[in-house]
Design a protein around this ligand. Sequence first.
Ligand SMILES: C[S@@+](CC[C@H](N)C(=O)[O-])C[C@H]1O[C@@H](n2cnc3c(N)ncnc32)[C@H](O)[C@@H]1O
Length: 275
Amino acid sequence: MKERRPAAGAVPSILKWTGSKRSQAAEIARLAPPHARYVEPFLGGGAVLYHLAGGGAAASDLYAPLIGFWRMVQAEPDHLVADYAEQWRRLRDDGPGYFYAVRERFNADKRPADLNFLMRTCVNGIVRFSQDGDFNNSFHLSRRGMLPARFAKAVQAWSARIQGVAFAARDYREALAETRAGDFVYLDPPYAGTYQRYIGGIDEAALFAALDQLNRRDVRWALSFDGRRGQTVYRAEVPPALYRRRLSLVSGYSAVAKVLNGPVETVSEALYLSW
Ligand SMILES: C[S@@+](CC[C@H](N)C(=O)[O-])C[C@H]1O[C@@H](n2cnc3c(N)ncnc32)[C@H](O)[C@@H]1O
């Protein structure tokens, strides 16, 4: 299957991350109400942050190497670009063995620049961890990684956008506890069926309780939830008392179906709005 090229003005691809909202990000950002501060507690590849990073946003994720990567984009973009260019050359010269050496190094010391390289060159760009938290996806034989010059452009565009953002590696509940009336929160938790692809998972009852707290404190939120792929529904509904509107956004094609060589299915996702 051909990869769809992003539309003009779309979020530049920087860190490949499973569950990325690149295809819906502009739409989600357009729906955002006026707000004092933007908060994104399940950051991943941060597609929506790209649009809403202005004005001192707060962005966090439980996975520390991912936050380390975003801090590099923010504070050391040239270093990140040079590191990637070197890794790209080593892969070209040394072949797949280089990928596996980086994977081993990453599992030992969690260097954020290595996470970026692995995500760009692993099978279908899918995040996958073993039970003890080791990155265990394999090398994508036909994949040589994005050309360094293109990666450099993406890093520059992103770095300029996220200068005022406060990044933190923490559980979403800690991030939500710090929100104030007038903030806007976008939540994109992992799907119920995909916990093994990320470090950590979330308990739905705890998530709903946290949303209820936001409502009581006048913090508006939007939640991507209950992924559907074809006829398969991945999770339960959000309790109706918590939200005002439910929209359905088409998010693209399933990378997982692609990996399993199943039929290519359209993925659409519900977006719940609290206001
Ligand atoms: C579906 S992804 C987010 C994708 C993102 N919207 C994007 O555009 O790339 C979900 C993220 O939640 C993170 N996560 C999982 N459990 C978490 C928790 N308890 N607190 C904060 N983040 C968590 C995962 O590490 C993963 O990056």
